[in-house]
Design a protein around this ligand. Structure first.
Ligand SMILES: CC(C)(COP(=O)(O)OP(=O)(O)OC[C@H]1O[C@@H](n2cnc3c(N)ncnc32)[C@H](O)[C@@H]1OP(=O)(O)O)[C@@H](O)C(=O)NCCC(=O)NCCS
Length: 433
């Protein structure tokens, strides 16, 4: 495929996301490791682009590593309790200094005008202020956390007003108490609190590459996050992000993304491509969607019988369905099966068939087909399957739009050839995962 075609295809693929993100509120936390890395400039361009695409942005910068460096330069030890820094009176001035330094660095980069770049000439209006009201964390397990604080309130009306005027709001991890004290707040927690208070559409964590990043799934539900929190092997800093992700989703933030800035443009890939780049935490895919049980056979039959009768789906007997039920996922609403899919593996050939995809007519075009396909693909991928195929008479274009390609010469596995009816003239679509 030529570069021009790639470009056109990419742009068309991004268009629905550009439309979907318009006027949405994203809260983005950027770790200071990323800010001081050579990939930060790329991220600055991408933030400018998001602002110009009409996305409302609240950005928080981390400062953990800068604080460590300032303290150690001044002969002070970094002390933590339960992975939270203890900010005593001696260290507070250096903590504030470190935070302000990161903030200034961030502000200066977002004020550059971005010469000689695709965003050349673009100006971003960055606004900060006393939007975060803090309070002391107090004494935990007998340890006085001193000037380490937690969020008491967020001045969300003021933030929303600034966002509606297209300003980008920049927040540091400092909170001010009503008595005029300064508190050092954990940035991840502050980001979560801001996203919840603003009822943001997305909470995004951008951080340096984690050693275990490749083992993180592309999509996680909150129950999967909870399971990871129970694992001793999950690193403490990842646990803190997952904890914030769970809180945010429970408070109606729709999606949380964890992205490493290893690849230039990782944020754009995550936001504007179907496959994304990082890890997305959401319950949207999973609401009502679950693995089928033998009790669902009747419900699935009611759903697919009209489609079988009209020749859209191949006829499946009750017995066959009962045998294959463990490969099915269904979406249930008010006790009725409104959508189903099967991912039937052929382990000998490292293949799986995506079969029996059906969405009830009343619920079409709401993304259920797409959600089920992702679940089925994830299921195949966790079984170690590397290639998927689907046979369809009427929905080949739907599959093409989901990254499949037509493959008339594809050799069906022997087990599938037994039931194959060439008279149906089905198209064969395949996808490598
Ligand atoms: C194909 C099917 C599963 C899609 O379900 P869905 O929940 O409506 O899908 P989504 O909401 O994720 O996607 C909807 C989009 O796909 C498009 N679409 C739906 N069916 C399509 C088809 N056969 N060909 C091309 N595009 C199709 C819709 O027009 C819509 O796009 P738009 O809103 O931009 O117009 C559903 O139409 C269905 O049950 N069809 C009958 C069964 C079938 O053909 N199954 C596949 C064989 S295994």
């Amino acid at each position: 495929m030529s570069n021009t075609q790639d470009y056109v295809q990419w742009f068309r693929g991004a268009a629905p996301y550009i439309k979907a993100h318009l006027k949405r509120t994203f809260v983005i936390m950027v770790s200071d490791e990323v800010i001081y890395s050579d990939r930060f400039i790329g991220l600055v361009h991408d933030i400018a682009l998001l602002n110009h695409l009409g996305i409302k942005l609240v950005i928080l910068h981390g400062s953990r590593h800068s604080i460590d460096a300032h303290l150690s330069k001044n002969g002070l030890e970094s002390r933590f309790h339960r992975n939270i820094r203890i900010t005593d009176s001696d260290s507070l001035p250096f903590v504030v200094q470190a935070i302000n330094e990161v903030k200034t660095y961030f502000e200066s980069h977002l004020s550059m005008g971005l010469p000689n770049t695709p965003m050349s000439g673009s100006e971003i209006s960055l606004v900060g202020g006393n939007f975060v009201i803090g309070m002391p964390l107090g004494v935990i397990d007998g340890v006085d956390m001193q000037h380490s604080g937690k969020v008491r309130a967020i001045r969300h009306e003021a933030i929303n007003e600034l966002l509606s005027l297209n300003h980008v709001v920049l927040l540091s991890n400092l909170g001010y108490s009503r008595t005029g004290e300064v508190f050092n707040l954990p940035t991840e927690e502050l980001a979560g609190e801001v996203a919840r208070t603003l009822q943001a559409d997305k909470l995004i964590f951008i951080q340096e590459r984690r050693a275990d990043a490749s083992s993180l799934a592309t999509t996680l539900s909150t129950s999967q996050c909870e399971a990871m929190l129970r694992e001793d092997t999950t690193p403490a800093d990842l646990k803190s992000l997952l904890q914030q992700a769970i809180h945010a989703i429970q408070a109606q933030v729709k999606r949380v993304h964890i992205i490493d800035q290893q690849v230039d443009g990782g944020l754009l890939l995550e936001l504007f491509t179907r496959d994304g780049y990082g890890t997305m935490v959401t319950n949207l895919f999973y609401e009502g969607c679950r693995a089928a049980t033998i009790d669902d056979v009747g419900g699935i039959l009611s759903l697919i019988e009209p489609l079988e009768a009209s020749g859209v789906l191949v006829v499946r007997s009750r017995e066959q369905l009962e045998l294959e039920i463990r490969y099915f996922h269904v979406i249930e609403k008010d006790g009725m099966i409104i959508a189903c899919i099967a991912s039937i593996p052929d382990s000998a050939e490292n293949l799986a068939e995506i079969a029996c995809l059906a969405v009830h007519e009343d619920y079409r075009r709401a993304g259920l087909g797409n959600q089920l396909l992702q679940v089925a693909e994830n299921q195949a991928s966790t079984r170690g399957i590397s290639e998927l195929y689907a046979l369809t008479t009427r929905s080949s274009h739907w599959f093409l739009e989901h990254g499949y390609r037509e493959s008339p010469d594809f050799a069906l596995p022997a087990t599938r050839r037994v039931n194959y009816n060439p008279k149906r003239g089905s198209k064969i679509l395949i996808k490598s995962i």
